[in-house]
Design a protein around this ligand. Structure first.
Ligand code: SER
Length: 314
């Protein structure tokens, strides 16, 4: 077994994925990379790498003996609407670079995240099925849906071992999200603790599928460690945990943060959210590789508040 490379390691998911993988596989077995340098050094190997620089990526993989790549670099839904061509370019080209390295036998396994944004306004609103209508209306969703099909194509045609999850909105305190429609569900905790008030850019009853970061990291590691024959879907698996609206999240936060106030100023992100399902059906992931979520809303809120407070007091 070679080493593991995480591309986009300073992003919301990458930050936490690196920490968990290093505990599990050993610090020097997991190489972190990002397009930018971090202010404080990460504990362990770190490289500045542009996910679009094919030459540099191929050289790194060869020199460092990498066998698995986790491609976490992407432009998320809200930012992608501001620069559709750049988003398409980044989200698709980086995927081809990594899939081609696997096709050419340079690496053995690939993880590539997809998203609930592959669903669209014609998808089933509740318990949206794995194989239901997928007609995304955002450039982010279009790029991820196309990417899912390319993953399946590379698996079918070239035997590439690529595995993927459709992440819901992800919530954690160790890193901040950037450019997503579900980012409010992280920001709200920081504002609740700093100011006891928050202005939400989604409308109060805009319910979306959400997940605590630990669950998303566990799913990522579980799908990558599962025997290949259990991974029956080579597009991307629905995974589900919680669904709530800003109003419901605020009500739960109010139980812990005395006097917490929320108001609403929905912007273009509310229309993006309106095109996504409220909940998704993850029975394929449960059946194929035993996926299970460990967090409910109450546990998520307590963990986030304790976590954000510990950051402020550090
Ligand atoms: N969190 C993502 C976004 O809001 C959805 O996958 O763009």
């Amino acid at each position: 077994m070679g080493k593991k490379l995480v591309i986009g390691a300073l992003g919301q998911v990458g930050t936490e994925l690196i920490q968990t993988m290093r505990l599990r596989y050993g610090v020097d077995e997991v190489i972190a990379s990002d397009i930018r340098l971090r202010a404080e050094p990460l504990d362990g190997p770190f490289l500045v790498l542009n996910a679009l620089n094919e030459e540099a990526l191929r050289a790194t993989v060869k020199e460092m003996g990498i066998s698995e790549v986790y491609l976490m670099a992407a432009m998320l839904s809200a930012t992608a609407e501001q620069m559709p061509d750049k988003a398409w370019d980044l989200n698709m080209k980086s995927l081809f670079i990594v899939l081609d390295m696997a096709k050419d036998g340079l690496i053995e396994k690939v993880f590539w995240p997809s998203t609930i944004a592959v669903f669209g306004p014609n998808s089933e609103k509740r318990n949206s099925p794995q194989h239901g209508t997928l007609e995304p209306t955002t450039v982010y969703g279009i790029s991820k849906l196309a990417g899912e099909q390319w993953c399946a194509y590379y698996h079918r045609r070239y035997g590439v071992d690529v595995r993927s999850l459709r992440y819901p909105g992800l919530i954690g305190y160790k890193s901040m999200p950037g450019g997503g429609t579900t980012d409010y569900a992280v920001e709200i905790f920081h504002k609740a603790i700093e100011e006891a008030k928050y202005t939400c850019f989604l409308s109060e009853q805009r319910t979306l599928p959400m997940m605590y970061m630990d669950d998303a990291i566990k799913a990522t590691i579980d799908i990558m460690e599962a025997p290949a024959e259990q991974i029956k879907l080579r597009t991307s698996y629905n995974i589900s945990s919680l669904s709530f609206s800003p109003e419901e999240l605020a009500a739960e936060i109010s139980k812990v943060v005395a006097g917490f106030q929320i108001d609403y100023a929905p912007d273009f992100r509310d229309s993006i959210a309106a095109s996504w399902p409220e909940s998704i059906d993850d029975s394929s992931a449960k059946t194929d590789w035993a996926w299970k979520s460990d967090f409910n809303l109450q546990k998520l809120v307590r963990t986030m508040i304790d976590g954000v407070c510990s950051l402020k007091n550090a």
